[in-house]
Each structure stands twice: as structure tokens, then as C-alpha cells.
Design a binder for this molecule. Structure first.
Ligand code: SAM
Length: 290
């Protein structure tokens, strides 16, 4: 599977192998309404794609990867890494750096990253944003109310795995036929193609991730009503969500889902403790009407 190098939290990377086979083959296009990093559509077997997200930054990044060559992107990113004196372990290796536990490379990059963040918040250059996301804490994409990027430095840099993912993603996305859109999910113009599969991965009502904080019960109800409307019109949809998280249950979703087919997904964790915790605390699902 091909993952977006800007793999911000909430992405479906670890569930792709379970979601992709559930998407129907005989549809005109896949419309991904809450696309984030876009990995579900981009890994699907469907060539025609509409990627929508309310975050203009998510859409700008995907559009940039779609329209710009890897060579062009990497040379601009490298210029920024050198200008701001950030570490670059893909090229330099790790031998030069002492990584303290829990801190990784953050001490080496803190000063340059802060300067880069200040400059990005004045100029909004997309290559600077890519570097901030690669070097930022947990790769969060987060802006404050004044639209200022406000994530602190993270532990990692442009490593060989991120370099490899960037190259694969930027090359693979060009093999698809993609349109982009930056609308709220309630916008009816998104739902004009009756032969499409509509895939939804909204923020989750019952988890605490920072990108979920603006999602409330009214949004959840609007979404579930919208899905019922699609179903009434004979339009196919698939919805990713969690029914149970850290002991909290989404009873509204659980009741609603009984009308449709619910598949329980299993996350793959390397660490056995996570696996145990996941089984008891979180139930991730794919709910579909076909
Ligand atoms: C769980 S993330 C999607 C992750 C994505 N499936 C991936 O694998 O990267 C939810 C996304 O919904 C977007 N979003 C939040 N509210 C929205 C709204 N009202 N309309 C459309 N998109 C919204 C967020 O910007 C975020 O990118």
C-alpha cells in the first residue's frame, strides 16, 4: 500500500488492506468526502477520484503532489532543510546524532524549525509547510484561529522511510484522474454522481484527537441523515468510524448502523500491549449499504 508522507493522525494507513477490498469495482468514481491524506482513494482500484476536505491545506498539499514532479518537490524541500540547518538523516545517516530517549532529533532541530515556522506563517509557502509537517510533532497539521501553523518540533526528520514514501506517493498519485474540492460535507453539489461510491471518514465523535475537537453531535446527526438520503436514492456509501473508544460508546452510531452492514476492523500493532488494549478498548468499523 502507498501511504502519504504527510501521514497526519487519523489516517487509515493501517486499515487500508481491510478497507480497499470492500470498495465496489463497478462504479464511475470514488468520492472521498473527508479525504485528509487521501490514502483510501489513492490505493483503491478506481481511477476516477474526487478528493474533498474542509481543510484547504489538506487539499492544497494533495493538489501540489498531483501536479508537481518528485524531483521538483525534493529539490525545494532540500533547499529549505539546508537553509534552516535541519538534520537530514536520509542523506547524512544517524551516526552524527545522539538521540535522547523521548526526544529523538528534536534538540537538533528546535531552533531551525521555530524560525521556519515563523517564516511560513508570514509567507505560506507550500514547500515550507511540507517540511514543517515532516519535522513537526506527530506530523500534526494544526492551525490556530488566526490561521497560524502552531505545532512544535517533533522527534524525526526527513528519514529514508519518509523520503521513500514521498517518492512513491508523488509518483503514484499521478496515475489517477483526480479532481479536488474544498467543501463542507453537507454541500449537496458533492453528491451528483449516482454511480459513484462515496467513502466517508469523518472526525470521530468519541475520540479525543485534536483534529476531532470541532466535530459535535449535530455534525454527526447531519452526516447520518445524509447517508440515509444517499441510501434512499440508491447511491452506494461506506463509512469508517469507531463504535467504542477508551470505554466510550457511540450509541447513536451503533443504533443507526443496524440498518446497514457493519464490518469490525482489526488494527495491526507491533507492540503486544497495544494489541491487547485495542481489543478491549476500541472497536473500529466500516459500515456500508451494499
Ligand atoms: C479522520 S480525518 C480523515 C483521514 C483520512 N481518511 C486519511 O486516511 O488520511 C477527518 C478529516 O475530515 C475533515 N473534516 C472535518 N470536518 C469536515 C467537514 N465539515 N466537511 C468536510 N471535511 C471535514 C478534516 O479536515 C480531516 O481531514
Amino acid at each position: 500500500m502507498i501511504v502519504n508522507p504527510i501521514s497526519y493522525p487519523g489516517n487509515k494507513n493501517k486499515l487500508l488492506s481491510q478497507i480497499i477490498p470492500e470498495l465496489p469495482n463497478n462504479c464511475s468514481q470514488i468520492v472521498e468526502i473527508f479525504c485528509g491524506s487521501g490514502v483510501v482513494s489513492i490505493n483503491s482500484n478506481i481511477d476516477n477520484i474526487l478528493l474533498n476536505d474542509i481543510s484547504i491545506h489538506a487539499i492544497d498539499l494533495l493538489n501540489y503532489f498531483y501536479t508537481t514532479s518528485f524531483e521538483n518537490i525534493i529539490s525545494q524541500i532540500e533547499n529549505i532543510i539546508f537553509e534552516y540547518k535541519l538534520t537530514y538523516t536520509y542523506k547524512e545517516g544517524k551516526a552524527n546524532y545522539i538521540e535522547l530517549k523521548h526526544e529523538g532529533l528534536s534538540n537538533y532541530n528546535r531552533e531551525g524549525y521555530q524560525k521556519l515556522k515563523n517564516d511560513y506563517n508570514k509567507q505560506n509557502d507550500i514547500n515550507k509547510l511540507i517540511v514543517l509537517l515532516i519535522y513537526g510533532f506527530n506530523h500534526y497539521i494544526r492551525f490556530n484561529n488566526d490561521n497560524q501553523f502552531n505545532v512544535p518540533v517533533g522527534k524525526v526528520d526527513l528519514s529514508s522511510s519518509i523520503y521513500k514514501n514521498l517518492k512513491l506517493f508523488v509518483n503514484h498519485i499521478k496515475s489517477k484522474n483526480i479532481s479536488f474540492s474544498n467543501k463542507d460535507f453537507r454541500e449537496q453539489s458533492l453528491y451528483q454522481d449516482k454511480k459513484a461510491i462515496y467513502y466517508f471518514d469523518p472526525p470521530y465523535l468519541i475520540t479525543n484527537a485534536p483534529y476531532n475537537s470541532n466535530w459535535n453531535i449535530d455534525d454527526e446527526k447531519d452526516l447520518l441523515n445524509l447517508l440515509d438520503d444517499l441510501n434512499d436514492k440508491g447511491i452506494k456509501f461506506a463509512l469508517s468510524n469507531v463504535i467504542l473508544s477508551n470505554g466510550k460508546e457511540n450509541t447513536l452510531l451503533k443504533e443507526w448502523s443496524k440498518k446497514y452492514t457493519t464490518l469490525i476492523l482489526k488494527r495491526q500493532y507491533r507492540n503486544a500491549n497495544y494489541q491487547k488494549k485495542n481489543i478491549t478498548d476500541t472497536i473500529e468499523v466500516l459500515i456500508k449499504n451494499y
